[in-house]
Design a protein around this ligand. Structure first.
Ligand code: GLU
Length: 441
């Protein structure tokens, strides 16, 4: 693929970005045959090159009065469908290749939501682990002191991702407001409920993933009711995936973090999990004592060894390797839905598909988070506030819509039931049509 060779040449060493591009390009040959105008206008070449990439220094002073330097990023990938939209990730692993992979995925994901949002992503190699409130605030303020000039309600709208939740969005919004002297609610999403945030935004990514998986099960005449579910991760996405699975009658028997995983045959106790992760910001092994010893902690090891009907990778990229896929298949997994971005490696995806396991890629299954961000922008633009139930209903409709779009697209291209190709083709054609209409820009 000459386009892919160009991507390799221009983005050397950015392996996650290469992987994300390859996975999309692999799906596009039937589109290219049907729509030669995309080739004539070099749409694929253009879509693989971000519109703008910003890298900046983030200096701040820690609690010991030592000056710290981090690197900040914002990759504004594609604005054909609306302002750049996508989260910020604060994690030591963040470098340009991670931000680009996330930004690239976001372009297609956002298109699938059918909301008017382009795609972008940002973040920093800052590690929030073990940092005090004051350090987190000063870091966020310094980060925004540079970022503010690049973003705006009609330009680029950041939100959270790994390491960036309500607390960080608060500090970021406060600094933006102070610098610009504008109460521009729609410049960030994931805000607090009393200052422009949307009901159900916190829950949306996890809930949306579970809604999507329930739709997948329906295609086989089943539902989540009575299903055994394994969720990896224990952050925002995982937490609310657990909650929605339980509301729909399934049982989540395991969750994890980077230290290992816990198995709780009674079903993961959400209060205990949130106490460990959100209040104490501790490790997952503390969960065992919180539930009176009824659960088991397995240090290291793979959560994918736990037998289940449904697996929801909700932690981070490439966390589900082919060995994990094989263990899940051997234990009879029926459905895999990605709550995280690109958590399943390409060989693991291929293994699931070859085994007839229903597999949904993150850009479809986890789009509920950003879709609800778009609902937050809608509420901010009309200076309105919706109820939880109304917002959750909109989220559920959007997820059903994405599921239908993936299936109808895979049908139209003679690859029925292939959610990966369906999502890639449907996302791509929407962005490509808009780019075609707008000329060479
Ligand atoms: N970080 C989330 C994602 O991966 C949400 C981004 C947003 O709400 O803008 O889609």
């Amino acid at each position: 693929m000459p386009v892919y060779d160009d991507v390799l040449r221009r983005n050397q060493g950015e392996i996650e970005f290469h992987q994300a591009v390859y996975e999309v390009l692999e799906s596009l040959s039937p589109v290219v045959q049907k729509r030669p105008e995309f080739v004539e206008a070099s749409i694929i070449e253009r879509i693989c090159e971000p519109e703008r990439q910003i890298i900046f220094r983030v200096p701040w002073v820690d609690d010991k009065n030592v000056v710290q330097i981090n690197r900040g990023f914002r990759v504004e990938f594609n604005s054909a469908l609306g302002p750049f939209k996508g989260g910020l990730r604060f994690h030591p692993s963040v470098y340009l290749g991670i931000v680009k992979f996330l930004g690239f995925e976001q372009v297609f994901k956002n298109a699938l939501t059918s909301m008017p949002i382009g795609g972008g992503k940002g973040g920093s190699d800052f590690d929030p682990k073990g940092r005090s409130e004051g350090e987190i605030m000063r870091f966020c303020q310094s980060f925004m002191t540079e970022l503010y000039r690049h973003i705006g309600e009609y330009t680029d709208v950041p939100a959270g991702d790994i390491g960036v939740g309500g607390r960080e969005i608060g500090y970021l919004f406060g600094q933006y407001k102070r610098i610009t002297n504008r109460y521009e609610s729609g410049v960030l999403t994931g805000k607090g409920l009393s200052w422009g945030g949307s009901q159900a935004r916190t829950e949306a990514t996890g809930y949306g993933t579970v809604f999507f998986v329930n739709e997948m099960l329906k295609t086989r005449g089943q539902s989540l009711d009575g299903k055994r579910v394994v969720v990896s991760g224990s952050g925002n996405v995982a937490t609310f995936a657990v909650q929605k699975v339980h509301q729909l009658g399934g049982t989540v028997v395991a969750v994890s973090d980077s230290s290992g995983y816990v198995v709780d045959e009674h079903g993961i106790d959400l209060e205990a999990l949130r106490e460990v992760k959100e209040v104490e910001r501790g490790r997952i092994d503390s969960y065992v004592a919180k539930v009176g010893g009824r659960a088991t902690f397995i240090e290291g090891g793979s959560v994918w060894d736990v037998p289940c009907d449904v697996a929801l990778p909700c932690a981070t990229q490439n966390e589900l390797p082919v060995e994990g896929a094989k263990a899940l298949i051997t234990n009879g997994v029926q459905v895999v839905g990605e709550g995280a971005n690109m958590p399943t490696t390409p060989t693991a995806v291929a293994a699931f598909q070859a085994a007839g396991v229903l597999f949904a890629p993150g850009k479809a299954a986890n789009a509920g988070g950003v879709a609800t961000s778009a609902l937050e922008m809608q509420q901010n633009a009309s200076r309105d506030r919706w109820t939880f139930d109304h917002t959750e209903e909109r989220l559920a409709d959007i997820m059903v819509g994405i599921h239908e779009l993936c299936l109808s697209t895979s049908d139209a291209y003679d690859i029925p039931g292939d959610y990966v190709a369906g999502a890639n083709i449907a996302g791509f054609t929407q962005v490509a049509d808009a780019m075609l209409a707008m000329g060479v820009i």
